[in-house]
Design a protein around this ligand. Structure first.
Ligand SMILES: C[S@@+](CC[C@H](N)C(=O)[O-])C[C@H]1O[C@@H](n2cnc3c(N)ncnc32)[C@H](O)[C@@H]1O
Length: 288
């Protein structure tokens, strides 16, 4: 047994091609030849747990076994990159708080509702940061219905997000004052988010490539999808972005990560220059 766990199972060219295509078809995640070793490393434990001596057997399990859906979820937990932290990309968050939220508060003052979607939210730091910013803005009193939703394809990260207990690494861009205000220290040295913020965010399992499930998302005023489509190829990026377009109200905003853009993907959004950042806006007077 000891011997078995020390053996590294090699991912052949053909197995890599099959598994990479399988992951791409399901999640839009693109593994090029350079990421073969990464995939081989990340999936070693799955093979060992099933006592498989080849990746081909694992691939067949994913295709045909009665428990394939559970294994698919486990695999997705492993192959996704879930790096995130509170107050990531501060310039854009400042624009969100100082320019986008006031505009939305005015625009929606009649219906008094606001809907924000963090797509690819990982362990929740992003939508919780948005909740803190909405709360601190003072723009939305109790008469408003403010919905903030966080979705991700990985069940593992969503479990952490719902628990809302974080370790030090989530606070690399957070000042001490905000930590003191919104978090309690736990006995094991972690940080538990205050219920007043925690209850503002709802989480759901959603694969951005699953158009049927995407259909269930209600129209949003603001969609934030940062550091997610960098892992997609052009075709998968276009699919996700088209869905976001359909899910935004006219005049609604799409906020991508600082290294992401819609160049060569679509021209349907208007690029809007705010004071320090650029964001995408669905033009007024357009529909679905
Ligand atoms: C690097 S994290 C970004 C987290 C956060 N948005 C941020 O910028 O800090 C990328 C997240 O996208 C999720 N993801 C990847 N492919 C996805 C898909 N097809 N559908 C939904 N989420 C996906 C991953 O599970 C991961 O949690």
């Amino acid at each position: 047994m000891l011997f078995e766990s020390a053996v590294r199972i090699e991912l052949t060219d053909e197995e890599f091609r099959l598994l990479a295509a399988f992951i791409y078809d399901h999640a839009g995640l693109y593994f090029d030849g350079g990421s073969r070793f990464l995939l081989e490393s990340r999936l070693q434990n799955r093979l060992k747990e099933h006592h498989f001596d080849s990746f081909l057997k694992y691939y067949h399990y994913l295709l045909y076994h009665q428990d394939r859906l559970a294994e698919l979820n486990r695999m997705i937990d492993i192959v996704t990159t879930n790096e995130t932290y509170f107050y990531r990309e501060r310039n854009q968050l400042d624009a969100f708080a100082e320019e986008i939220l006031p505009e939305m508060a005015q625009r929606n003052s009649g219906k008094k509702s606001l809907r924000i979607w963090s797509a690819g939210c990982s362990t929740g730091e992003e939508p919780y940061t948005l909740a803190i910013l909405c709360s601190e803005s003072g723009l939305f009193d109790d008469s408003w219905q403010v919905d903030i939703i966080g979705t991700d394809i990985s069940q593992r990260v969503l479990k952490t997000a719902r628990k809302a207990v974080f370790s030090q690494s989530s606070f690399r861009a957070t000042d001490g004052e905000a930590i003191d205000r919104y978090f309690d220290r736990t006995e094991d040295g972690k940080y538990s988010l205050d219920d007043s913020i925690r209850n503002m965010v709802h989480f759901g399992h959603l694969n951005l490539m699953d158009e049927k499930m995407m259909g269930l998302i209600r129209e949003c005023d603001i969609i934030m999808c940062r550091n997610v489509i960098i892992y997609f190829d052009q075709n998968a990026k276009a699919r996700a972005i088209n869905s976001f377009y359909r899910k935004l109200v006219p005049g609604g905003y799409l906020l991508l990560g600082h290294s992401e853009s819609l160049m060569n993907i679509t021209t349907v959004f208007k690029l809007k220059h705010l004071t320090r950042v650029m964001v995408y806006q669905k033009p007024e007077g357009t529909q679905g």
